[in-house]
Design a binder for this molecule. Structure first.
Ligand SMILES: Nc1ncnc2c1ncn2[C@@H]1O[C@H](COP(=O)(O)OP(=O)(O)OP(=O)(O)O)[C@@H](O)[C@H]1O
Length: 245
Protein backbone atom coordinates (compact mmCIF):
# COMPACT_ATOMS: atom_id res chain seq x y z
CA UNK A 1 0.00 0.00 0.00
CA UNK A 2 1.46 3.39 -0.96
CA UNK A 3 1.96 5.83 1.90
CA UNK A 4 0.53 8.66 -0.15
CA UNK A 5 -1.64 8.47 -3.23
CA UNK A 6 -2.39 11.62 -5.17
CA UNK A 7 -5.20 11.01 -7.62
CA UNK A 8 -6.30 13.40 -10.38
CA UNK A 9 -5.63 16.43 -8.25
CA UNK A 10 -6.73 19.79 -9.58
CA UNK A 11 -6.10 23.17 -8.03
CA UNK A 12 -6.53 26.78 -9.02
CA UNK A 13 -5.70 30.25 -7.78
CA UNK A 14 -8.98 32.09 -8.09
CA UNK A 15 -10.14 30.66 -11.38
CA UNK A 16 -6.71 30.22 -12.86
CA UNK A 17 -5.92 26.48 -13.02
CA UNK A 18 -2.45 25.59 -11.68
CA UNK A 19 -2.62 21.85 -11.16
CA UNK A 20 -4.28 19.58 -13.69
CA UNK A 21 -4.91 15.92 -13.00
CA UNK A 22 -1.82 15.36 -10.93
CA UNK A 23 -1.50 11.67 -10.10
CA UNK A 24 1.39 10.32 -8.09
CA UNK A 25 1.98 7.35 -5.85
CA UNK A 26 4.54 7.56 -3.07
CA UNK A 27 5.93 4.67 -1.03
CA UNK A 28 7.25 4.96 2.50
CA UNK A 29 10.86 6.15 2.40
CA UNK A 30 10.58 7.56 -1.12
CA UNK A 31 12.52 10.72 -1.81
CA UNK A 32 10.42 12.41 -4.46
CA UNK A 33 11.89 15.39 -6.26
CA UNK A 34 9.67 17.73 -8.22
CA UNK A 35 11.44 19.42 -11.09
CA UNK A 36 10.20 21.61 -13.90
CA UNK A 37 10.20 25.15 -15.23
CA UNK A 38 9.34 28.11 -13.05
CA UNK A 39 5.59 28.32 -12.62
CA UNK A 40 4.95 24.66 -13.43
CA UNK A 41 3.15 24.09 -10.13
CA UNK A 42 5.78 22.40 -7.92
CA UNK A 43 5.29 24.64 -4.89
CA UNK A 44 1.54 24.61 -5.44
CA UNK A 45 1.49 20.82 -5.23
CA UNK A 46 3.23 21.00 -1.84
CA UNK A 47 0.82 23.70 -0.69
CA UNK A 48 -2.17 21.58 -1.67
CA UNK A 49 -0.78 18.51 0.13
CA UNK A 50 -0.53 20.63 3.30
CA UNK A 51 -4.03 22.02 2.82
CA UNK A 52 -2.69 25.57 2.43
CA UNK A 53 -4.58 25.68 -0.85
CA UNK A 54 -7.69 23.55 -1.17
CA UNK A 55 -7.89 21.13 -4.07
CA UNK A 56 -10.68 21.73 -6.58
CA UNK A 57 -10.98 18.09 -7.59
CA UNK A 58 -9.28 14.80 -7.00
CA UNK A 59 -8.13 12.98 -3.91
CA UNK A 60 -5.20 12.58 -1.62
CA UNK A 61 -5.00 9.28 0.25
CA UNK A 62 -2.72 9.20 3.26
CA UNK A 63 -2.12 5.62 4.43
CA UNK A 64 -5.19 4.68 2.38
CA UNK A 65 -7.47 7.26 4.04
CA UNK A 66 -8.91 10.03 1.90
CA UNK A 67 -7.97 13.43 3.34
CA UNK A 68 -10.91 15.76 3.84
CA UNK A 69 -9.25 19.14 3.43
CA UNK A 70 -12.44 20.98 4.37
CA UNK A 71 -12.42 19.42 7.83
CA UNK A 72 -10.43 21.58 10.27
CA UNK A 73 -9.75 18.79 12.75
CA UNK A 74 -8.50 16.52 10.03
CA UNK A 75 -6.33 19.31 8.67
CA UNK A 76 -4.72 19.75 12.08
CA UNK A 77 -3.94 16.04 12.18
CA UNK A 78 -2.65 16.10 8.64
CA UNK A 79 -0.19 18.84 9.59
CA UNK A 80 1.23 16.55 12.22
CA UNK A 81 1.79 13.79 9.68
CA UNK A 82 3.11 16.09 6.98
CA UNK A 83 5.52 18.94 7.74
CA UNK A 84 6.86 21.60 5.41
CA UNK A 85 9.98 23.75 5.37
CA UNK A 86 10.10 26.83 3.17
CA UNK A 87 12.86 28.91 1.66
CA UNK A 88 12.30 31.49 4.42
CA UNK A 89 12.93 29.81 7.75
CA UNK A 90 10.69 32.10 9.85
CA UNK A 91 12.15 31.22 13.24
CA UNK A 92 10.95 33.01 16.35
CA UNK A 93 13.63 35.65 16.89
CA UNK A 94 12.95 36.03 20.61
CA UNK A 95 13.45 32.34 21.34
CA UNK A 96 16.58 30.25 21.50
CA UNK A 97 17.23 27.45 19.05
CA UNK A 98 16.05 24.87 21.58
CA UNK A 99 12.89 26.87 22.38
CA UNK A 100 12.10 27.22 18.67
CA UNK A 101 12.15 23.44 18.28
CA UNK A 102 10.16 22.83 21.47
CA UNK A 103 7.44 25.44 21.06
CA UNK A 104 4.91 23.58 18.91
CA UNK A 105 4.97 20.23 20.72
CA UNK A 106 4.69 21.91 24.14
CA UNK A 107 2.36 24.84 23.45
CA UNK A 108 0.12 23.42 20.74
CA UNK A 109 0.22 19.74 21.55
CA UNK A 110 0.75 19.98 25.29
CA UNK A 111 3.29 17.16 25.23
CA UNK A 112 5.35 16.77 28.45
CA UNK A 113 8.19 19.25 28.49
CA UNK A 114 10.90 16.89 29.63
CA UNK A 115 10.27 14.41 26.81
CA UNK A 116 9.93 17.22 24.25
CA UNK A 117 13.24 18.68 25.35
CA UNK A 118 14.96 15.33 25.06
CA UNK A 119 13.55 14.89 21.55
CA UNK A 120 14.46 18.45 20.57
CA UNK A 121 18.05 17.97 21.71
CA UNK A 122 18.24 14.76 19.70
CA UNK A 123 16.83 16.49 16.62
CA UNK A 124 19.29 19.35 16.95
CA UNK A 125 22.07 16.81 17.18
CA UNK A 126 20.80 15.19 13.98
CA UNK A 127 21.03 18.52 12.14
CA UNK A 128 24.49 19.18 13.60
CA UNK A 129 23.56 21.99 15.98
CA UNK A 130 24.05 20.53 19.44
CA UNK A 131 26.58 23.26 20.18
CA UNK A 132 24.18 26.13 19.37
CA UNK A 133 21.02 25.20 21.27
CA UNK A 134 21.11 28.31 23.45
CA UNK A 135 21.84 30.74 20.61
CA UNK A 136 19.22 33.09 19.18
CA UNK A 137 18.42 32.92 15.45
CA UNK A 138 20.19 36.19 14.62
CA UNK A 139 23.41 34.74 16.05
CA UNK A 140 23.33 31.94 13.48
CA UNK A 141 24.23 31.73 9.81
CA UNK A 142 21.47 31.25 7.25
CA UNK A 143 22.43 27.60 6.83
CA UNK A 144 22.27 27.01 10.57
CA UNK A 145 18.89 28.75 10.80
CA UNK A 146 17.55 26.59 8.02
CA UNK A 147 18.74 23.49 9.86
CA UNK A 148 16.89 24.70 12.98
CA UNK A 149 13.80 25.09 10.79
CA UNK A 150 14.20 21.50 9.61
CA UNK A 151 14.56 20.28 13.21
CA UNK A 152 11.46 22.27 14.18
CA UNK A 153 9.51 20.72 11.32
CA UNK A 154 10.45 17.27 12.59
CA UNK A 155 9.44 18.03 16.18
CA UNK A 156 5.88 16.73 15.77
CA UNK A 157 7.30 13.48 14.38
CA UNK A 158 5.83 13.79 10.88
CA UNK A 159 6.00 10.82 8.54
CA UNK A 160 6.38 12.99 5.45
CA UNK A 161 8.62 16.03 5.09
CA UNK A 162 8.13 18.61 2.33
CA UNK A 163 11.10 20.81 1.46
CA UNK A 164 10.30 23.78 -0.75
CA UNK A 165 13.50 25.30 -2.14
CA UNK A 166 15.08 25.28 1.29
CA UNK A 167 18.53 26.22 -0.01
CA UNK A 168 17.40 28.88 -2.49
CA UNK A 169 17.96 31.86 -0.18
CA UNK A 170 21.30 30.67 1.18
CA UNK A 171 24.79 31.84 0.29
CA UNK A 172 26.53 29.20 -1.82
CA UNK A 173 28.90 28.12 0.96
CA UNK A 174 25.95 27.28 3.20
CA UNK A 175 24.01 25.25 0.69
CA UNK A 176 26.09 22.12 1.21
CA UNK A 177 25.64 21.95 4.97
CA UNK A 178 21.86 21.98 4.52
CA UNK A 179 22.06 19.42 1.70
CA UNK A 180 24.16 17.19 3.99
CA UNK A 181 21.40 17.34 6.61
CA UNK A 182 18.75 16.41 4.04
CA UNK A 183 20.96 13.60 2.72
CA UNK A 184 21.22 12.19 6.21
CA UNK A 185 17.46 12.40 6.87
CA UNK A 186 16.87 10.70 3.53
CA UNK A 187 19.08 7.81 4.57
CA UNK A 188 17.06 7.44 7.78
CA UNK A 189 13.95 6.56 5.79
CA UNK A 190 11.62 9.54 6.22
CA UNK A 191 9.49 10.11 3.13
CA UNK A 192 10.33 13.42 1.48
CA UNK A 193 9.17 15.70 -1.26
CA UNK A 194 11.91 17.99 -2.47
CA UNK A 195 11.61 21.03 -4.68
CA UNK A 196 15.15 22.16 -5.42
CA UNK A 197 17.19 23.72 -8.17
CA UNK A 198 20.27 21.79 -7.00
CA UNK A 199 20.09 19.26 -9.80
CA UNK A 200 23.14 17.18 -8.94
CA UNK A 201 21.75 16.78 -5.42
CA UNK A 202 18.32 15.85 -6.80
CA UNK A 203 19.92 13.27 -9.01
CA UNK A 204 21.93 11.76 -6.19
CA UNK A 205 19.33 11.65 -3.44
CA UNK A 206 15.96 10.99 -5.14
CA UNK A 207 14.26 7.65 -5.50
CA UNK A 208 11.72 9.26 -7.85
CA UNK A 209 11.94 12.34 -10.03
CA UNK A 210 8.73 13.96 -11.19
CA UNK A 211 8.93 16.36 -14.11
CA UNK A 212 6.09 18.90 -14.12
CA UNK A 213 5.11 21.43 -16.76
CA UNK A 214 2.03 23.66 -16.93
CA UNK A 215 0.56 22.16 -13.79
CA UNK A 216 0.77 18.60 -15.04
CA UNK A 217 2.99 15.65 -14.29
CA UNK A 218 4.67 14.99 -17.61
CA UNK A 219 6.98 12.20 -16.55
CA UNK A 220 7.92 10.22 -13.46
CA UNK A 221 10.88 7.90 -13.13
CA UNK A 222 14.16 7.13 -11.46
CA UNK A 223 16.72 9.96 -11.62
CA UNK A 224 18.73 7.98 -14.18
CA UNK A 225 15.69 7.53 -16.37
CA UNK A 226 14.43 11.11 -16.18
CA UNK A 227 17.84 12.78 -16.53
CA UNK A 228 19.56 10.36 -18.93
CA UNK A 229 16.73 8.85 -20.94
CA UNK A 230 13.62 11.05 -20.73
CA UNK A 231 10.68 9.71 -22.68
CA UNK A 232 8.90 12.99 -23.32
CA UNK A 233 10.14 15.79 -25.52
CA UNK A 234 9.37 18.45 -22.88
CA UNK A 235 11.39 16.61 -20.28
CA UNK A 236 14.24 16.19 -22.75
CA UNK A 237 14.27 19.91 -23.52
CA UNK A 238 14.18 20.87 -19.84
CA UNK A 239 16.88 18.41 -18.84
CA UNK A 240 19.21 19.39 -21.68
CA UNK A 241 18.79 23.05 -20.73
CA UNK A 242 19.57 22.58 -17.05
CA UNK A 243 22.45 20.20 -17.69
CA UNK A 244 24.12 22.78 -19.93
CA UNK A 245 24.41 25.14 -16.93
N1 LIG B 1 -0.56 33.05 -4.38
C1 LIG B 1 -0.76 32.94 -5.72
N2 LIG B 1 -1.80 33.57 -6.31
C2 LIG B 1 -2.02 33.45 -7.64
N3 LIG B 1 -1.26 32.71 -8.46
C3 LIG B 1 -0.22 32.06 -7.94
C4 LIG B 1 0.10 32.13 -6.53
N4 LIG B 1 1.20 31.37 -6.30
C5 LIG B 1 1.56 30.85 -7.49
N5 LIG B 1 0.72 31.25 -8.47
C6 LIG B 1 0.78 30.85 -9.90
O1 LIG B 1 0.63 29.44 -9.96
C7 LIG B 1 1.48 28.89 -10.95
C8 LIG B 1 2.35 27.81 -10.31
O2 LIG B 1 3.23 28.42 -9.37
P1 LIG B 1 4.21 27.58 -8.45
O3 LIG B 1 4.82 28.53 -7.48
O4 LIG B 1 3.52 26.39 -7.92
O5 LIG B 1 5.30 27.11 -9.50
P2 LIG B 1 6.74 26.47 -9.25
O6 LIG B 1 6.85 25.36 -10.23
O7 LIG B 1 6.91 26.15 -7.82
O8 LIG B 1 7.68 27.66 -9.69
P3 LIG B 1 9.13 28.13 -9.13
O9 LIG B 1 10.11 27.09 -9.57
O10 LIG B 1 9.33 29.44 -9.82
O11 LIG B 1 8.98 28.27 -7.64
C9 LIG B 1 2.26 30.04 -11.55
O12 LIG B 1 1.62 30.41 -12.74
C10 LIG B 1 2.16 31.11 -10.51
O13 LIG B 1 2.19 32.38 -11.11
Amino acid sequence: MPQLDIINLKAAYNDQPVLENVTLSVEKGDIVSLIGPSGSGKSTLLRVLMGLLLPKEGQVLLENNAVDYANKGELRQLRESIAIVFQQYNLFQNMTVLENVMITPTKIKGWPKQQVEQDARRLLERVGLSHRINAYPDQLSGGQQQRVAIARALALKPTILLLDEVTAALDPEMVNEVLDTIRELASEGITMFIVSHEMSFVREVSSKVVFMADGQVVETGSPQQVFDAPTHERTRQFVSKILRH
